[in-house]
Design a binder for this molecule. Structure first.
Ligand code: PEP
Ligand code: MG
Length: 892
């Protein structure tokens, strides 16, 4: 016969903690505690399979369920020595939901079930406290009526208010037994009127009504939304836990409380919790009375007057402390527990893995591993890689008030406050005067780099997670909120508007790049502390991972940051980002706008020394670690002069007149620059550009190798290739530059020439390209853009709609679309390696720093991932987890 009901209590249980899928988290752990000999009120779990059956069969139950439930109720009666619905010695039950994953507050609960006009008298006599009995009965009528019978809350409130007013009373606690009797009578009358039939007096009807309501609540709108947000499948179903009620509100020898076995905010190994004498669980949460500390030490530290549980109920406290130790040892993790004391007897109502901050997650995992409770591997698996982000950037003080002005995408984590400026030039000018600034732009372009660099944070009203602002801010470790569409920016007037507020230049705002919130005024922050635990964890992950981790970096500052965070090289140096220094940009514009090769070479000659020095610095910082330098890949529009003043500067430098330049500017204008004259297409049209860059790279490599004695092995990378012929033509340019430099300098160095794979065609013909390319780096920003045909700069708003409608689970520009773009990567990897088994494979799109995408990279067999410097520790941890297989599900 199918088993639908699992009983627990009295020192044994039919279930175990491993049976979460069947019994839900709460039910499985109640069973486990019962098996461990920990006192839990006896009860039973109706399995999640019944929930599935219920929805598959027009909301009916399996035939055997009734008898199984009846038998389980009898067992509770035996253990508790009382009887369900009895007139003298009634058993009361709680009925609670309990899904596989915790869904706090999303589904329904009924307490004090089993009370009716007869059993309430029994409870009054048995407890010797009629006030308690009638208070419980009215609570039950109210809860059952609202959860099961669908009667609105306000009806009950109105009745209670009338009776209180009539009696001149303010607080619920002022009501006497006689008052509660009156309330009960009035409630029942109202329910009968609303419902057209009396409040159910049959306790079995009550029980089935409550079970049905809990199953029904699996499909309420709140639960559906919660599941969507937390990616919980609807077919998991919920279990129903039915348990004997125990009361913490039956007198001064009763109490109720909640606790964590360690401090959930710092991770410190201390018993952390609160309790209330003579109260029910909801009183602790509701905040009507001030909860008291559990331990004397915590009370003293807080300077609180009300006594600790340790002082008031020392015997019960010691029992609780012993259970704390037992639970941690058994579950090998910090637990979040609920308990009730009824007449000096301790009952455990719940234990589950406790939620914790990133800092606590780190400390707890390391401490447990050092104490030998868990292995190093387990410790690594327990930490959510993205949570490390909180440890690497300043964060907003969680205690501070927030006056939220707008919300955008959480594009680059960290918190920052500063004065608003609306142009990159203003940012630099203000920062030059020692001001902290927040740069506010509709969107940013490479020209804004200088201003971005000196800003504390960046806010844009347009653009997605891979917009220029987002990518650059992450790279720089600046807080960034991108695509805050509700903010209206008037750059010319230097003001912005949002939610009825006007913010002018110089006003202070705060960004939370981890939540996407924009706040008025300065919200205090707390600085990150890279404690010893962080270093310990990083040491452990490096022993385990097989994927290498590099950084995307082009400035010395970024390169140093990358090394500090443990990067094993540079996977992407975007050379166009090096061209926006004020003293270079004019020459770069001159080059782009030149109409012939001579004109271009004239401009390139001015740029070359800068380029060489940049590479010298990078190679020195990276000290022999691999550095992949990507040759110029600018969508042209990013370089063209934007106004007459810029036009005049270029004209002066090039020795031409402005009107000629103006028409050249029009000529170069592209409708769709992302698919235009960019990447290697520029090198094909104007090989002298790549020739200059290659020469600068090799000159720098020779110089640094000679000076340091450490051989620099440059990896020269060609962007946006889609045919072998493009690659070969440009490789010849690069090889030519190498030959020239090596012969002039009397030194030969090893080097590699490879390509980015960022177009579907490149992925498909990878087997051919690999005949001459010695490495591939997957540029998954462009590969996503081109495979999906969705602009990386414009897709933010509609991708959000796609996510809401369930078309996309994630933003494909943040987490690799494994099914589509991932297949492109896999095809290219396989075809490339078939031609060249030792083909070096990496990824340098934004996905290189995304844990889920890193797991995919491990599976496909890439050699390394490359990500922005601040994500390097996250990628190292994610890579270790990928090497270990699936991440453990007991995480923060
Ligand atoms: C990419 O396309 O993934 C890439 C790394 O290049 P960029 O973002 O510079 O286009
Ligand atoms: Mg690209």
């Amino acid at each position: 016969m199918a088993k639908w009901v699992y009983a627990f209590g009295g020192g044994t249980a039919e279930g175990r903690s491993e049976m979460k899928n069947l019994l839900g988290g709460k039910g499985a752990n109640l069973a486990e505690m019962a098996n461990m000999g920990i006192p839990v009120p006896p009860g039973f779990t109706v399995t999640t399979e019944v929930c599935t059956y219920y929805y598959d069969n027009q909301q009916t139950y399996p035939a055997e369920l009734k008898t199984q439930v009846e038998a389980a109720v009898v067992q509770i009666e035996r253990i508790m020595d009382c009887k369900f619905g009895d007139e003298k010695n009634p058993l009361l039950l709680s009925v609670r939901s309990g899904a596989r994953a915790s869904m706090p507050g999303m589904m329904d609960t009924v307490l004090n079930l089993g009370l009716n006009d007869i059993s309430v008298e029994g409870l009054a006599a048995k407890s010797g406290d009629p006030r308690f009995a009638f208070d419980s009965y009215r609570r039950f009528i109210q809860m059952y009526s609202s959860v099961v019978l669908g009667i609105e809350h306000h009806h009950f409130e109105a009745i209670l208010d009338t009776i209180k007013t009539d009696r001149g009373l303010k607080l619920d606690t002022d009501l006497t037994a006689a008052d509660w009797r009156k309330v009960v009578a009035a409630y029942k009358e109202m329910v009968a009127k609303e419902l057209g039939r009396p409040f159910p007096q049959n306790v079995n009807d009550q029980l089935w009504g409550a079970v049905g309501a809990v199953f029904g609540s699996w499909m309420n709108q709140r639960a559906i939304t919660y599941r969507r947000l937390h990616e919980i499948p609807a077919d998991w179903g919920t279990a129903v836990n039915v348990q004997a009620m125990v009361f913490g509100n039956m007198g001064e020898d009763c109490a109720t409380g909640v606790a964590f076995t360690r401090n959930p905010s710092t991770g410190i190994n201390e018993f952390y919790g609160e309790y209330l004498i003579n109260a029910q669980g909801e009183d602790v949460v509701a905040g009507i009375r001030t909860p008291q500390y559990l331990t004397t030490e915590a009370r003293k530290t807080a300077g609180a007057d009300l006594p600790a549980m340790e002082e008031v109920m020392p015997k019960v406290f010691n029992e609780l402390a012993a259970i704390r130790a037992k639970l941690e040892e058994h579950f090998t993790d910090m637990q979040d527990i609920e308990f009730t004391v009824q007449k000096d007897k301790l009952w455990m109502l719940q234990t589950r893995t406790g939620k914790r901050t990133a800092a606590a997650a780190l400390k707890i995992a390391i401490d447990l591993a050092k104490d030998g409770v868990i292995t190093k591997e387990k410790a690594i698996q327990r930490i959510e890689p993205n949570a490390l982000d909180h440890l690497l950037h300043p964060t907003l003080d969680p205690k501070a008030a927030r006056n939220v002005l707008a919300r955008g995408l959480p594009a680059s984590p960290g918190a920052a406050s500063g004065r608003v400026v609306f142009t990159a030039q203003d940012a630099e000018a203000w920062a030059g005067r020692g001001e902290k600034v927040i740069l506010v732009r509709v969107e940013t372009s490479p020209e804004d780099i200088g201003g971005m660099h000196v800003s504390q944070g960046i806010l844009t009203s347009r653009g997605g997670m891979t917009s220029h602002a987002a990518v650059v801010a992450r790279g720089m470790g600046r807080a960034c909120v991108a695509g805050a569409g509700e903010v209206r920016i008037d750059t010319r007037a230097k003001t912005m508007f949002s939610r009825g507020h006007e913010v002018k230049e110089g006003d202070v705002i705060t960004l939370d790049g981890s939540t996407g919130e924009v706040m008025l005024g300065a919200v205090p922050t707390v600085q990150p502390e890279l404690t010893g635990d962080f270093g310990t964890l990083m040491g452990w992950v490096d022993e385990i991972r097989t994927l290498k981790v590099r950084a995307n970096a082009e400035t010395p500052l970024d390169a140093r940051t990358a090394r500090r965070f443990g990067a094993e090289g540079i996977g992407l140096c975007r050379t166009e980002h090096m061209f926006f220094h004020p003293e270079r940009i004019i020459a770069v514009r001159e080059m782009i706008m030149a109409t012939d090769e001579a004109g271009r070479r004239h401009a390139l000659a001015k740029i070359e020394p800068y380029q060489k020095n940049d590479f010298v610095e990078l190679f020195e910082i990276m000290a022999g670690l691999p550095v992949t330098v990507r040759l110029l890949d600018p969508p042209l529009h990013e370089f063209l002069p934007k106004n007459e003043a810029e036009m005049a500067d270029v004209a002066r430098a090039a020795g031409t007149d402005v009107s000629a330049l103006r028409s050249r500017n029009t000529e170069l204008h592209e409708t769709n620059p992302m698919l235009g004259h960019r990447g290697c297409r520029l090198g094909i049209s104007y090989p002298e550009i790549y020739e200059m860059q290659a020469r600068a790279i090799f000159e720098a490599a020779v110089e640094v190798s000679k000076k340091s004695g450490v051989t620099v092995t440059p990896e020269v990378m060609i962007p946006l290739v889609c045919t072998k012929k493009e690659f070969d033509l440009l490789k010849e340019v690069i090889d030519g530059a190498a030959r020239e430099v090596f012969s002039q300098r009397g030194m030969t160095l090893p080097y590699m020439v490879g390509t980015m794979i960022e177009l579907p065609r490149a992925a498909l013909v990878a087997g051919k390209i690999a005949e001459t390319a010695s490495f591939f780096s997957f540029g998954t920003n462009d590969l996503t853009q081109t495979t999906l045909g969705m602009s990386r700069d414009d897709s933010g708003p509609f991708i959000e709609v796609y996510r809401q409608k369930g078309i996309f689970e994630h933003d494909p520009f943040a987490t690799l679309d494994q099914e589509g773009v991932g297949e492109m990567v896999q095809i290219a990897a396989e075809r490339g390696r078939k031609t060249r088994p030792d083909l070096k494979l990496g990824i340098c799109g934004e996905h290189g720093g995304d844990p889920a995408s890193i797991t995919f990279c491990q599976k496909v067999g890439l050699n390394y991932v490359s990500c922005s410097p601040y994500r390097v520790p996250i990628a190292r941890l994610a890579a270790a987890q990928a090497a270990l297989g699936a991440r453990s599900d007991t995480t923060a």
